[in-house]
Write a protein that binds this ligand. Structure first.
Ligand code: UDX
Length: 443
């Protein structure tokens, strides 16, 4: 503890979630040590460089480092000696060849830290995990720690969205404290004091509920997106208009317009793997039927990618092979350079596989895309990628694409054809400028 009584914090795992959490907690006034096994990542952060794209975070990193309250290192021993509250923020990706969640990194973090915990401390899981993990890790931590049952475990799921990570961390909608004792609750309350003082609602609950809150939230969001995309499939069959349908539903307060945007569907490092891991875990514990609809949610989502390729093919008169295609967008969503399970790149790669000459452009994710898929071609700007294109396909709704003037684009393409995979453009404006405009779920 510091002289003010505030706990000293460590953050184990300095990826997207961990780096943001460590930086924001230091900005809020805590002494924080960020720990990772990846030395390159740690050196970058220690030098003031955020290793991924997140608006506002680089400025806060500079501020936190200048305050002297934020340090980075690679030693679990140092972390154990320093911290009162240890946040576990390592990744829990999809296991290769399975829908299950891969807990290798989380287990390794616990096994790295616990043997050094010689005094009373709270270990707090923030990673998204299958329900039951916290109970298992409690036993593991207490077996491995010299301090034994003086070390407790809590679960505090994180709901931050990429692109809004700073705001979501500093001003969250809610906090969830999964705790097994009054003491653990007091530690978490102290560790989040500045955020609680803003009046942020907090739900205090058991470990299993806290684990479930996160997967239940992401499953709900994925379901809402797939619901509207399923309606788009129906609209396509009858010549109805998904945009008008979605706008009409959104005006019902009980439904609301958030996560009701039809289009190419969801991707990223969370929603797809979380719904799969949840369905998998539910089957393991004998309640598979309760969430079997998540398999359908996943299938609807995948079909949107295939349908986008079909739309491009239709607009090209039935043939993708040999055609020049500008693919606008690579990131799984705007304001991010994250290409994990990115619908945009999935579509681009499928069109490339069908013999299309695909040129990709993205305002932030080009380097990541180039590294992952060197077989694709890349443009230096939206207009550069569209040079001589037979069709332009908008796959990620960056504002840069929304703002492009149809007449300016007409100057560089070979044919004025556009597929709007994200309902990002004004169809009337593009049609008035002489473009053949197509979008999923619209006649
Ligand atoms: C998500 C959750 O929102 C966040 O709370 C959790 O902590 C992590 O997972 P994130 O992966 O950053 O966050 O992205 P999000 O903004 O939720 O978008 C996910 C995907 O859904 C994107 O591919 C986006 O393009 C797509 N989406 C979103 C839609 O297709 N339609 C919508 O209406 C909303």
């Amino acid at each position: 503890m510091t002289s003010t009584g505030a706990p000293k914090l460590t953050v184990i795992g300095t990826g997207y979630l961990g780096a943001t959490h460590a930086i924001c907690m230091a900005v809020l006034g805590f002494e924080v040590l960020g720990v990772d096994v990846d030395e390159a990542k740690i050196s970058k952060l220690a030098a003031g460089e955020v290793p991924f794209f997140e608006p506002g975070l680089p400025e806060l990193l500079t501020k936190a480092l200048e305050s002297g309250r934020l340090r980075f290192g690679t030693s679990f021993e140092e972390a154990a000696a320093f911290g009162d509250v240890h946040f576990l923020c390592v990744g829990t990706p999809q296991m290769p060849g399975s829908d299950a969640c891969d807990l290798t990194y989380l287990d390794a973090a616990v096994r790295g830290l616990a043997p050094h915990l010689e005094r009373r401390a709270l270990v707090v899981g923030k990673s998204t995990v299958p329900v039951g993990t916290a109970a298992r890790l409690t036993t593991l931590v207490q077996e491995l720690a010299p301090a034994g049952t003086d070390v407790e475990l809590a679960w505090n799921p994180e709901f931050l969205r990429e692109g809004y990570a700073v705001d979501d961390t500093l001003r969250p909608d809610r906090l969830v404290f999964g705790v097994a004792s009054e003491w653990a609750d007091q530690q978490l309350t102290a560790a989040f004091k500045p955020i609680l003082d803003q009046g942020t609602p907090v739900i205090r609950t058991d470990l299993a509920t806290a684990e479930l809150v996160k997967v239940a939230a992401n499953s709900f969001l994925a379901t809402k997106i797939s619901y509207i995309n399923a309606m788009a499939e129906v609209c396509e069959a009858v010549g109805a208009d998904i945009k008008d349908l979605a706008d009409s539903l959104a005006l019902d307060d009980r439904i609301g317009g958030k996560f009701l945007k039809p289009g190419l569907g969801f991707g990223g490092g969370c929603l797809p793997k979380d719904i799969r891991a949840f369905a998998h875990r539910a089957e393991e514990i004998g309640v598979g039927q309760a969430v079997s609809f998540l398999r359908e949610v996943d299938d609807i989502n995948r079909r949107r990618r295939a349908r986008t390729v079909d739309l491009v093919r239709e607009l090209l008169g039935g043939q993708i092979s040999g055609r020049r295609i500008a693919a606008w967008g690579a990131a799984f969503k705007p304001n991010s350079d994250d290409i994990r399970d990115a619908p945009a790149l999935d579509v681009a790669r499928t069109m490339h596989g069908l013999g299309g000459h695909v040129r990709v452009y993205d305002p932030a994710a080009l380097d990541n895309a180039r590294r992952a898929y060197p077989e694709l071609r890349y443009g230096e700007s939206a207009l550069d990628a569209a040079e001589d294109a037979d069709v332009v396909v908008l796959l990620t709704e960056w504002s840069e694409f929304r703002e492009i003037d149809p007449d300016a684009l007409a100057q560089v393409v070979r044919h004025k054809r556009i597929v709007d995979g994200r309902h990002a453009l004004d169809a009337d404006q593009w049609r008035a400028a002489g473009w053949e405009y197509r979008a999923l779920g619209r006649s």
